[in-house]
Design a protein. Structure first.
Length: 101
């Protein structure tokens, strides 16, 4: 599974991957302030989630957008538009859940 979460208070966005039930991972991130799930891709073929994660990191680096923590935490501006555009247009062979904000 692939997810994108937002910390509205600090103006941060984070993406990542997990296997199985995403709820425990999303709860961990919510405790860290990332309470808004903006994308959740489930039922992905084997390598899609890690491939998408690598592509996002590569494209953000090419765009000069540096992480604020680790490899997957960014300031929402300017990263959010690029992240969501890539996620929404990435070939996944599954539906993309866009939770209400």
């Amino acid at each position: 599974m692939f997810y994108v979460v937002v910390d509205d208070v600090r103006g941060r966005i984070k993406f990542g991957i997990t296997s199985g039930d995403p709820r425990p991972r999303l709860r961990d991130h919510a405790r860290d302030g990332f309470e808004i799930v903006v994308r959740l891709l489930t039922g992905l073929p084997e390598t899609v989630a890690p491939d998408l994660e690598r592509k996002l990191i590569r494209m953000l680096t090419l765009a000069g957008v540096e992480p604020v923590r680790g490899r997957e935490y960014f300031d929402r501006c300017p990263a959010e538009t690029l992240i969501l555009d890539i996620v929404d247009h990435y070939p996944t062979s599954t539906a993309v859940e866009r939770p209400a904000r």
